[in-house]
Ligand binder design. Structure first.
Ligand code: BGC
Length: 756
């Protein structure tokens, strides 16, 4: 745990340079606008610890997999979101010495991530090795209004000299992914010009042109500076000699664009890039900054959660909400949410079950329905690939197994215990359809998109189970549940439960679409070749599925034989944590320690199927043996603890989740931030402290106020309404901000909210 960043309700502040933590700060200070993003590295040369990372959404590379022993059915590649051309680049020399904070004496240093208005800012005063003392000020943003562009304003004020400064503003396309498996570079040059680098990915053939335009000002007045252009392979530079006077501020404004072949024809790439640059540079830096603030104000108007009396919690939740909005805006149904977003390279930047299980509820509550719908359509579009994927593993007749990790619908994870066994991900995809339809009431979605996905998933489960003569039940063998610290187990309770639920839900949807949309339903049932016998087959499995259980303790067993393990609470091994870094894999597998919610994930998803006593018994059994070594774990526990009235525990899990990256809780933030679990942090407040649930088209709230807070409030989009829920010491106030009259329940009592 590191607490070197300062607490502020709207900003993340580093008020003194911490070079040893620079890569952590770069992850935390990442910027993005859904279309492109980058780590918060310095613009000028920095020879200390750094990872320059620039990413263009949807642009990936199928890196060759690296496995010890090849197994049949392994995917050929591991898809990686590509580190792309660096458009920040500045190299600045004074008297032949390069500005580089690693080799300079630093007198003052301050940088902030301004979450309210969406930019990063840095001020520092340094002395170079030749004694030149200067002040640097920079502001950078990735524009929300013009989402293929970014801008930097970079100023230098000489403090003890008057002389020429050599400035090179460059674009560097000679970039390698840090996580490249064989140290390969994934980009080829197409062309370079005086202000652009145009590259193409090997194999996948994505093309991106990255271009810059420079403006120079002295004391705020535009200067007509002559640029010398130099190009070499994958590199383009504009060099200036600027006469700097002591005390006079020189400012370089760098406008940059990233135009991708995903969105534009390559035939007009150069023109599109130069027109885009002309348009944003005509707007100018100040206008772009102002538009950025406006775009963020619109987002905050519905996204913000206000906590009074706890600045650290306030900063934590805003950081999570900020990153979620930077990563995915819902504009494009080809895009999804990588576990690290635009903040790093780990996990390949691809789509996991995290999207459906964790992120969709966030976007349902904070954004128009279209945003979540686009995430569902992303999977619908990849259905053929999921069917192919199941086919590779020996399933047939339209059975679909969605990948654990994907960029384009193909599986690209290559550890057998995850690729072949962590099949519960299929269930989350079906669950998200139900979640979306129930929340938005867009029931037509079921016939338009939902049915096809559901029937593919249901068929997979129907083929994946087998009848056990011994048990006289259906069983599911050789799986990995959400708890990845167990592999190849039989009858993982969570997987059996969600599989059975998928079959039930598919049959419900089968009936509903025929009733509500008979003509469309008939066409879809025919096109999916769904046969009556499948109804009977699904029904038989639903009625005869096996669920491991311990009658004595009244708990569900994570899998067959779980109680053969030595069960000892996590606090007996405190010094040995995290176990994934301190223990052998063999020891982890044999131990009782659980990486993340597993049985409890199931009870959380399907809470109405279980009594409070059942929840309590299972929580009391599993929570003490859970190590939470996945960032997806604390939020589920926070919500369940809240439901059980364990308010302190709920709060403890919340703070851990909310400040996971800001405090580098798991010692891994330098690899990037835990973006998908940030949605879980939001859920801890809304579903945990706010106790919000949707039951039969009606919102229910069972809030409590953590004792560390004076009050908190959040807003929610629900169908045609927008509500503000304020939880105060004096009680719960709910205001209808937009939309028709609505009845909600607070602690079981109906409240009629008048029309807004
Ligand atoms: C978790 C998975 C998750 C993945 C990506 C892993 O550590 O165990 O459940 O999908 O991270 O966030």
């Amino acid at each position: 745990m590191k607490q070197y960043l300062k607490i502020d309700e709207w900003k993340v502040i580093e008020d003194q340079f911490h070079p040893a933590y620079n890569e952590i700060t770069e992850s935390i200070f990442s910027l993005g606008n859904g279309r492109m993003g980058q780590r918060g590295s310095f613009e000028e040369t920095y020879t200390g610890k750094t990872l320059q990372g620039n990413y263009v959404a949807g642009v990936y590379y199928p890196d060759k997999t690296r496995v010890g022993w090849w197994k049949n059915g392994y995917p050929e590649y591991f898809a990686k979101v590509l580190n792309a051309a660096n458009w920040n680049g500045l190299s600045i020399q004074i008297g032949g010495v390069e500005i580089d904070l690693h080799t300079s004496e630093i007198h003052t240093f301050y940088r902030e991530l301004n979450m309210k208005e969406g930019y990063i800012l840095r001020n520092c005063e340094i002395t170079l090795s030749n004694g030149k003392r200067l002040a640097i000020e920079s502001i950078r943003l990735n524009s929300m209004a013009d989402d293929e562009s970014g801008v930097i304003s970079y100023s230098i004020t000489p403090l003890n000299f008057t002389e020429d400064i050599q400035v090179k503003a460059f674009i560097d396309g000679d970039i390698k992914n840090k996580d490249s498996n064989y140290d390969e570079k994934f980009w080829d040059e197409v062309k370079v010009g005086s202000n652009f680098v145009w590259s193409k990915t090997k194999k996948t053939g994505f093309e991106v042109i990255t271009a810059q335009q420079i403006e120079i000002k002295a004391n705020g007045q535009k200067v007509d500076a002559k640029a010398t252009s130099t190009t070499r392979e994958k590199y383009s530079e504009l060099a200036y000699t600027l006469s700097a006077k002591q005390g006079e501020k020189l400012t370089l404004i760098k406008y940059a664009v990233n135009i991708s072949s995903e969105n534009h024809p390559t035939a007009s790439f150069e023109k599109i890039a130069s027109d885009y640059l002309a348009r944003i540079s005509t707007k100018g830096f100040d206008k772009m900054l102002q538009e950025q603030a406006t775009a963020w104000a619109t987002k905050w108007a519905i996204n913000d959660i206000i906590i009074s009396g706890d600045a650290s919690a306030q900063q934590g939740i805003r950081f999570n909400i900020f990153q979620m909005n930077q990563t995915y805006t819902g504009e494009d149904d080809r895009l999804n949410i990588g576990p690290k977003g635009f903040t790093g390279e780990k996990y390949g930047g691809s789509t996991y079950w995290d999207t459906e299980a964790y992120c969709i509820p966030f976007y349902l509550g904070t954004a128009p329905a279209k945003v979540s719908k686009n995430l569902l359509i992303y999977r619908w579009k990849q259905l053929d690939r999921a069917i192919e994927n199941a086919g590779k593993l020996g399933f047939n007749k339209g059975a679909a197994l969605y990948p654990m990790v994907t960029m384009n619908g193909e599986e690209c994870h290559n550890e057998w215990e995850i690729t072949f066994e962590e099949i519960h991900r299929n269930g989350a995809i079906a669950y998200a359809i139900m979640d979306y339809v129930n929340y938005t009431d867009d029931r037509k979605h079921l016939v338009e998109y939902g049915w096809e996905v559901l029937v593919g998933i249901a068929r997979f489960w129907a083929q994946r189970v087998n009848w056990s003569e011994d048990k006289q039940k259906y069983v599911m063998l050789g799986v990995t549940g959400p708890n990845e610290y167990e592999n190849n187990v039989n009858n993982n309770w969570y997987t059996n439960y969600i599989a059975t639920w998928c079959l039930k839900y598919t049959l419900e949807v089968y009936a509903e679409i025929q009733q509500n949309y008979p003509a469309e339903a008939a066409a879809k049932i025919t096109s999916t070749a769904f046969a009556k016998e499948e109804v009977a087959q699904f029904q038989h499995i639903i009625e005869n599925m096996y669920f491991p259980r311990d009658e004595k303790q009244g708990i569900y067993l994570q899998q067959d034989g779980f109680l053969d393990k030595v069960i000892a609470p996590v606090d007996t091994i405190t010094a040995e944590r995290p176990i994934n870094q301190k223990w052998s894999w063999d020891r982890i597998l044999r131990s009782c320690y659980i990486k993340q919610a597993d049985v409890l994930q199931g009870i959380y998803f399907f809470e109405d199927d279980f009594s409070l006593e059942e929840l309590e018994r299972n929580y009391n059994f599993y929570e003490p043996i859970t190590v939470h070594e996945s960032s997806l774990s604390p939020c589920v526990h926070s919500i369940l603890a809240a439901k059980l009235g364990k308010e302190d525990k709920s709060y403890e899990f919340y703070t851990r989740a909310a400040r996971l990256d800001l405090d580098d809780y798991n010692n891994d933030t330098e690899d990037g931030c835990h973006i998908t679990s940030m949605a879980g942090t939001w859920m801890s407040i809304i579903k945990g402290f706010g106790g919000m649930r949707l039951k039969d088209h009606t919102l229910h709230f069972n809030p409590f106020l953590p004792k560390q807070w004076n009050e908190f409030s959040f807003k929610i989009n629900f169908r045609a309404n927008q509500l503000n829920i304020a939880v105060k010491k004096s009680g719960v106030e709910i205001t209808n901000l937009a939309g028709p009259e609505l009845t909600v329940f607070v602690h079981g009592e109906a409240r009629k909210l008048t029309k807004a």
